[in-house]
Structure formats: structure tokens, C-alpha cells
Ligand binder design. Structure first.
Ligand code: AMP
Length: 544
């Protein structure tokens, strides 16, 4: 027997129309490329999203065609998010940190028809435009007066001129909720990047999950700062989740340095900020150096790579800001788990709580996780055994865009490439990427654990642990370290710091100092580059 309830397609247009109706005066504040602070509302963003839909109609962009953005976090990007997807086209967010070659490859693979870009990315567009034949329209996200002159981009138009004459009403189409809504490519550290094509349905269900109390706990009373970029995995779904709740949204634009982010947090009374550890490291350094406090921020979501325990402690103990350590990936659009404690954990010692908060937390409802051992057996959730993490759920990839990579699922589960253990309460601890695990004497060493200890040393800014070939042990860990400005630290001092903090055989064999750890396009440490850089390195025990 079927239920007798109404059936409505889960369409993204509903989110922005809801925000316009119920939170019409809800604020959206952006630091712009132009350098100033711009203020608008959900009502205005919805009206301009409808103008975009009309402008795309005028360009005869068809349903399902890809419309690309190359932009910082800001209100125009938000308008494009909703105008493109709600009208049945596919929003394709491009990552400006990619190499021009890779960017051109992705644009061609996606067959983008229109490309909207922030003027700060003009040099990048100039480098790729002649190699992107599918793009028929290039739009600079500025007003007519700021339109770059003699850009060399054929037919370049200003965003404000593009939408100016368009009506701000639009009859949003009802699209099948399984239709594509947005497209994001994986970072592509191995091989070509692959496209993950999110649907209206997956985006909507993901947004519901993001706002849940044990996830990001968003409400109309919040002021939310997504430092995590809208150009990668939809800023962790925050533009949609925020519009669903009507919370104030604060966009940092291109200014991601500690001072600018801190000022925005204080001036706009931000209660929740979300970003990767490297961003918070810059901000904490600024706050610590200047003796500052947070007057409104009470929680911060940290993910994208493992949050060092020293950062959790600094936020929680020194600044009374709760850290919500989250795990996700492009293939999960991206949120998979968030670390929030249960009642019974609040009675635990501060040390036990800190240990728990280092984990990537519990899966959010809608995502199922399992771990698989070497022999392909499904492992129990005992907090001891680790194996490859697999996920399935409403917002997990089924296959890549254009079938790249072929069949990717294992009995319906997506193999994440992460190595993790899960305890009986569902708390998941990522110990490594499977390709980064160090195998020493038949045992596995977690590179994240080795890095976390180094990063707890006050002189260390960033640490990356990589495995070096060893004839007897297979591999031995070495830690590559970048020091904080003006800090001094010797190899022996750091190795001594490890004593008593981990098993003896897990202590790295050597410390290699570098001016900076190379980061990839999504802010993660590029261990491939480090391995390359140190390919001729000899472990001290071997060169002796
Ligand atoms: P991306 O698809 O670029 O978002 O990268 C996803 C990958 O980032 C995951 O598979 C993990 O390896 C890593 N990652 C994301 N969040 C965390 C976290 N909180 N701790 C450790 N690794 C993480």
C-alpha cells in the first residue's frame, strides 16, 4: 500500500524561494574583490538569481548544460549557485588554484558553455580561454565600469550588465529531483581529476543533514562564515544550508589572511566559521600575537585534513570556541561525519575528551560507513582494528561524470581511499590516506599521528610525515617540518619531544626542515611533491 502524502520534487529553487519569503531581510555580507564590504539580503539574492535564469534563457543555454564559475566566496557567486541550478542548468565550480593546463582540461571535459569569473582571475582566463572551444560566453563578475579593457577575451561582458535588463521574476521549472544540479572535480592528485555530479535531491538531503544539531547546528540566529571555498565542494554545502535556515552569511572574498578573517568574525558577529586547518592556523597566529579574543564565535567546523590536537586545544581552552572536527570528500558532497560529543562523554576527563575530539566523529544520518580489512573482510566497530573506509548514502557518488574510472563501487559502497577505525559509539578516526600509510616491519604507522605530535611543538608551523624505503623494515617514517617565523628547533630537540608520546618504533628516524610544506589546490599537504623532493634522501641509519 502506498502512503497518501503529497509528492514534491526536491528542487534547489525551493531553498532560495523559501529564504526569500521567510528570511527576506536575512543578511548576506561579502568582502569583495573590489576590497569593500557589500551588504545584501536573501530577498535580493533570490531576485538576482531569477535575473540570471532569464539571462541564461536569453543565451539559449539549455537544461543540463554546464555553467562554470571561477570565483571567491561572495554574494554574486551565491546568486549564480541558485540561478544556474534552480533553472535546470548545472553549476560547475572551478578551482582557481589549479594549474592552467588542468583547468583547461576540466573546462573541456565538462563542456562548459558559459564561464563567470572574478576579475582577480583574469590572468588565468587569459591563459586558458583560447583552449576552451565549448565556452561561448565569458562573464566578468563586476559592473560595467570595472570591466577589464583590452582583455583579449572575445565578447567579454560584465556580470551587472548581463543581468541588468532582465526581469527579476522567473517561473522555476519543476525538475526531476535526480537531475544534475552541480559539478565538482576531485583534486586529482593521481591521474586526471574526475567529475562528481551532484543532484538536486542529493544536495537537498545533504543540506538538511548539515543543519542538524549534531552536525553544524545552524539556525536563523546564527551568523556563519564559510572560509571554506565555494569553488570546492560547494563550501561544504553551507550556501544551501544557510538559505534553508535564514542565518546571516558572511563571505570573506579573497582575503583569507588571519587579520582579515578575524576582523570579519568580530565585525559581523560571526557565531560559526568553517575552514581547513591551514586557514585557522593563520588566524590563531594573528589572534595569539595580538592578544585578541572572540566575542561572538562559539564554534568552528574544521575539516578537509586532520585537525591537529594542538589546534583543538587552543580554540577550546584559550578561546572557548568549540571545535567540530568534520570529515568529508568531494565524492560525498562533502559531509560524512562530524565530531560532537554525547552526554556520557561530557563526564570524561579533559584528556579523554580531547582524544575523542581528534576523531573525525560520527557519521551523520544519511551516510553509512564501514571498514574493510586486508582480506576484504568487513571489520567490527571496536575502535581497534583499522581498514579501508567505505561509504554509502543519499549524497555519495555512484559513478563519476562520463563514466570515468568505470565501476567504482564495491558491493554498492564507495571506497574512500582513507584508512580508519570506528568505535562502538560510531566515532571514526582517520589514521591515513591509504597511499600515505607507512608500513614498517609489518606494522602500520599513522602518518597523521606522527604529524600531530610534531605540530604540538610550539616551534612547528606544519609537519608532514612520509615513508622512506628501508631494506629491513620496508619503510621508516621521517617528518618534514616547516617552522613558525623566527622559531628555532633542531632535529634532536624534535626527536626528543617525541619520547613518551608514542611507541618507540613509531618515532620518526629523521627530521627534515623545509621553508614551507607544499599545499595542493584544496589546501591539503602535497606529499607527492615532498616524496619527489626527497627522492635521493638516505635514512641516517643507511648512510652511516
Ligand atoms: P577532497 O575530496 O579534496 O575534499 O578530499 C577528501 C579527503 O580529504 C578525504 O578522503 C580525506 O583523506 C581528507 N580529509 C577530509 N577531512 C579530513 C579530516 N577531518 N581528517 C583527515 N582527513 C580528512
Amino acid at each position: 500500500m502506498l502512503g497518501l502524502m503529497q509528492q514534491h520534487e526536491l528542487n534547489i529553487s525551493r531553498i532560495i524561494e523559501f529564504a526569500a519569503q521567510c528570511h527576506g531581510d536575512g543578511e548576506i555580507v561579502s568582502r569583495r574583490v573590489e576590497g569593500d564590504i557589500h551588504r545584501t539580503t536573501y530577498r535580493e539574492v533570490a531576485a538576482r538569481a531569477r535575473k540570471i535564469a532569464n539571462a541564461l534563457d536569453a543565451m539559449q543555454v539549455e537544461q543540463g548544460q554546464r555553467v562554470a564559475t571561477l570565483a571567491w566566496n561572495g554574494y554574486r557567486h551565491m546568486e549564480l549557485y541558485f540561478g544556474i541550478s534552480s533553472s535546470g542548468r548545472v553549476l560547475h565550480t572551478l578551482n582557481p588554484r589549479l594549474h592552467p593546463e588542468q583547468l583547461a582540461w576540466i573546462i573541456n571535459h565538462a563542456e562548459d558553455t558559459v564561464l563567470c569569473f572574478d576579475t582577480s582571475f583574469l590572468p588565468l582566463i587569459q591563459a586558458v580561454h583560447s583552449r576552451c572551444p565549448t565556452v561561448k560566453h565569458w562573464i566578468a563578475m563586476c559592473d560595467g565600469a570595472a570591466l577589464p579593457k583590452e582583455s583579449g577575451i572575445p565578447g567579454l561582458i560584465a556580470y551587472e550588465d548581463w543581468i541588468a535588463g532582465q526581469p527579476d521574476t522567473y517561473d522555476w521549472p519543476v525538475v526531476d529531483e535526480n537531475s544534475a544540479a552541480s559539478l565538482c572535480y576531485t583534486s586529482g592528485t593521481t591521474g586526471n581529476p574526475k567529475g562528481v555530479l551532484y543532484s538536486h535531491r542529493s544536495t537537498m538531503l545533504h543540506s538538511y543533514a548539515v543543519v542538524m544539531p549534531d552536525a553544524m547546528c545552524l539556525s536563523a540566529r546564527d551568523s556563519v562564515l564559510p572560509v571554506v571555498p565555494m569553488f570546492h565542494v560547494n563550501a561544504w554545502g553551507l550556501p544551501y544550508a544557510a538559505a534553508m535556515t535564514g542565518c546571516k552569511l558572511v563571505f570573506p572574498g579573497p582575503a583569507m589572511d588571519g587579520k582579515s578573517v578575524y576582523e570579519l568574525i568580530e565585525n559581523e558577529k560571526v557565531t560559526l566559521a568553517a575552514g581547513v586547518p591551514t586557514v585557522w592556523q593563520m588566524m590563531l597566529a594573528h589572534v595569539q600575537a595580538n592578544g585578541l579574543r572572540f566575542s561572538t564565535m562559539n564554534r568552528t567546523v574544521i575539516g578537509g585534513s586532520a585537525c591537529p590536537p594542538a589546534m583543538i586545544q587552543a580554540f577550546q581552552n584559550d578561546y572557548k570556541v568549540e571545535v567540530l572536527h568534520a570529515w568529508g570528500m568531494t565524492e560525498l558532497s562533502p559531509l560524512g561525519s562530524v565530531c560532537t560529543l554525547k552526554n556520557k562523554h561530557l563526564a570524561e576527563s579533559p584528556e579523554a575528551q580531547l582524544k575523542r575530539r581528534q576523531s573525525q566523529g560520527r557519521p551523520i544520518f544519511g551516510i553509512e560507513l564501514r571498514i574493510k580489512g586486508h582480506e576484504g573482510q568487513v571489520l567490527p566497530w571496536d575502535g581497534q582494528q583499522s581498514g579501508e573506509l567505505q561509504a554509502r548514502g543519499h549524497w555519495v557518488v555512484g559513478e563519476y561524470f562520463k563514466g570515468e574510472g568505470g565501476e567504482i563501487l564495491d558491493e554498492g559502497w564507495f571506497p574512500t581511499g582513507d584508512v580508519a577505525m570506528i568505535d562502538g559509539d560510531g566515532f571514526m578516526l582517520i589514521t591515513d590516506r591509504s597511499k600515505d600509510v607507512i608500513k614498517s616491519g609489518g606494522e602500520w604507522i599513522s602518518s597523521i599521528e606522527v604529524e600531530n605530535i610534531a605540530m604540538a611543538h610550539p616551534a612547528v608551523a606544519m609537519a608532514a610525515c612520509i615513508g622512506m624505503r628501508h631494506p629491513k623494515w620496508d619503510e621508516r617514517p621521517v617528518v618534514v617540518v616547516a617552522l613558525k617565523p623566527n622559531a628555532t628547533l633542531t632535529r634532536d630537540e624534535l626527536l626528543a619531544f617525541y619520547q613518551g608520546k608514542t611507541a618507540k618504533w613509531q618515532i620518526p628516524d629523521d627530521v627534515l626542515f623545509v621553508p614551507a610544506i607544499p599545499l595542493g589546490a584544496t589546501g591539503k599537504m602535497l606529499k607527492t611533491k615532498l616524496r619527489d623532493q626527497f627522492k635521493d634522501y638516505q635514512l641516517p641509519s643507511l648512510s652511516a
